[in-house]
Design a protein around this ligand. Structure first.
Ligand code: AMP
Length: 299
């Protein structure tokens, strides 16, 4: 079954202590969409400007993404720039230039409204709601968010949370959203806001899934070297949703494996700048790391 992915399609300028790379293909929907495409057909919803390079359209096509919902508008593509410290877990946003995003209001092609899996990657919660409003009884909806929306769009975010099956967020965002810095207590409070599943991302330390069947402590794939973690969270969610959409049967028993597949795609993302490394992998590479992880956590 297909996954509908909505979010930002961006040009990212990324600085790390080792490198400075301008205008790479980035954005929450780009990372999530490519990650999901390893497992299931992807329908991408977003907007780019007239400066969006042809090679990035080709990259999306190479991964089989259906681009019927990716509009090209007059103006500049959303541009984000960020700088990492020597500890790559610490990042500072240098600039966010909305460009064509400022007037973006996603209208889905009619045939896409029945897509069973919906991935609301990080964008303004009002836009995530606008997309959900157009969907007809989706089977599973997962949303991502960021601190910006916790600070500026809390009431929209609360409205959104009542309508999603799963929320993915990092531990500091969970503390902010719930008002509790005890993670297990924070999970309980977030469930009460709506989502049946809450997935806490903890970067290189993995993730925690909380749901009706209890907790799952998901590992991260240990990498010897990280080049650029930008988009890891989006790749994680994209891989997870793609895996769910690519299989059948009830969600609950497949969720743990879906999360591990998401973690593995995210590990590839971190090994290169932008989508560089993820672009070059195959299903066999993903399977190999999943098997390696299985060995590491078995006891
Ligand atoms: P992550 O590393 O998972 O936090 O995701 C980074 C991606 O989010 C980058 O590729 C950015 O282009 C994108 N991004 C950053 N800020 C925003 C924003 N305000 N809205 C939508 N996407 C954003």
């Amino acid at each position: 079954m297909s996954v509908l992915v909505v979010g930002s399609v961006a040009l990212d300028s990324i600085k790390t202590p080792r490198a400075d790379r301008p205008r790479l293909l980035g954005g929450s929907a780009s990372h999530a969409g490519v990650a999901a495409s390893f497992f299931a057909p992807v329908r991408l919803v977003g907007v780019v400007g007239d400066d969006f390079p042809a090679r990035y359209w080709s990259l999306f096509r190479r991964h089989g993404l259906d681009l019927g919902g990716l509009r090209q508008a007059e103006g500049r593509t959303f541009h984000w720039s960020g700088e990492y410290e020597a500890n790559l877990n610490r990042r500072r946003t240098l600039a966010t230039e909305l460009g064509v995003f400022e007037r973006f209001s996603p209208d889905l092609p009619a045939a896409w409204r029945q897509t069973p899996y919906v991935l609301l990657a990080n964008i303004a919660p009002s836009l995530q709601i606008h997309v959900l409003d157009q969907m007809r009884r989706p089977r599973f909806v997962a949303a991502d968010t960021m601190d910006l929306w916790l600070n500026t769009a809390m009431s929209d975010l609360r409205r959104l949370l009542r309508r999603v099956d799963a929320l993915v967020l990092n531990d500091t965002e969970a503390q902010q959203l719930s008002g509790s810095d005890h993670l297990v207590a924070a999970l309980g409070r977030i469930h009460r806001m709506g989502p049946r599943y809450v997935i806490l991302k903890k970067g290189e330390h993995g993730a925690i899934l909380s749901g009706p069947a209890g907790l799952f402590l998901a590992p991260a794939y240990p990498l010897p070297r990280v080049a650029d973690p930008t988009g890891a969270g989006d790749s994680f969610l994209g891989g997870m949703m793609g895996y769910l959409a690519g299989g059948d049967g009830p969600i609950e028993p497949r969720l743990r494996r879906a999360i591990v597949h998401g973690a593995v795609v995210a590990s590839f993302c971190c090994e290169g700048f932008g989508l560089r490394r993820t672009d070059g992998i195959r299903m066999a590479d993903i399977r190999q790391r999943v098997r390696a992880l299985e060995k590491m956590v078995r006891f």
